[in-house]
Design a protein around this ligand. Sequence first.
Ligand SMILES: Nc1ncnc2c1ncn2[C@@H]1O[C@H](COP(=O)(O)OP(=O)(O)OP(=O)(O)O)[C@@H](O)[C@H]1O
Length: 261
Amino acid sequence: MQTKIENVLNIKHISVVFDGFKALTDVDIQVKRNTIHFFIGPNGAGKTTLLDIICAKTKPTSGTVHFYPQNGSDLRLTGMKEYKIVNEGIGRKFQVPSVFVELTVIENMMLSLKGHKGVWNSIFYKLSKEEEKQIMTVLEKVGLEGRRDVPAGSLAHGEKQWLEIAMQLVQKPEIIMLDEPAAGMGKPETFRTGELLQEIKKDCTVIVVEHDMEFVKQIADTVTVLHEGKVLMEGDITDVLADQTVQAVYLGRGGERNAEH
Ligand SMILES: Nc1ncnc2c1ncn2[C@@H]1O[C@H](COP(=O)(O)OP(=O)(O)OP(=O)(O)O)[C@@H](O)[C@H]1O
């Protein structure tokens, strides 16, 4: 029971084989509630495949993933439909931006809040005071409250990423998964994103796939290093940076962008 309270996600013996190619082999990872947990590793290590397994975009060849929401239940995600997993409180932001550029910031937020109703219903739908407050609270959190009526297409790259994070948050997830949120950002924006995720983890668990080691160093609680589909090591960032094998297969090969050796 203790395990369930501490852990929000239990990834057990996950293997994925694509046409004979082993993308993941016997992966065991436990993610603790209200932490920022990174999956790092060289290209092709299996990081994105692991996110795909959690949200059921990909079915594992073997193994299970269990989610322990705050209400105390034990949900087996493996075999569940993707939309059901989203409804249960697991959101994901993909690397490719998915905001509607012609719509304003607040319209994008409305769409996310009302998602299943479709674009036009959402746009013409009149927000209740409560819903508007909910959206504005999240926009304030990501620093976009002053940009609510500008088209999302006119936002700077970093602001677009923050809007996408906000679009996840407005659905009140218990876990959000982010695929390279700092990609293409300069140092100040990356740092600001780190501060934002630290704020977010107070209410939600954050899982991040990232190559930018400065960003990982800034905010990681736990780091899992994947290599050729297997967990190479797991620990805090200091242990990971000091590990000889991690140095040899990843950090020392320049697989990341900003690591200091
Ligand atoms: N649908 C698929 N069919 C066949 N092979 C796949 C499929 N999806 C991923 N792979 C392969 O599985 C391996 C792991 O890919 P994955 O995208 O998970 O790696 P990654 O660690 O996220 O890499 P990157 O840092 O480049 O994004 C790669 O060799 C990839 O080519």
